[in-house]
Write a new protein. Sequence first.
Length: 81
Amino acid sequence: MNQTDDRILALLDESGLMLSPAVIAVNLDYTRNWVSKRLALLLDAGLVQKSQSSYYEITDLGEQYLSGEIDASVLEDKSAE
């Protein structure tokens, strides 16, 4: 997990919307390619889910992570399995 991941999750959480990588990139001032790579990792960790074809939204687990209920080290351990 890194700062980009936290910013992506916060944007998804605060907007309450399903967003595409391009929209996320524009709003956070990152490249779409970088956001897509980070979203793939967040998807693997269960923090976001893909809705429709290429739109993402935060999951309950992602909300728990943002609120501090889940530590990032637990997520990293989970993704290593």
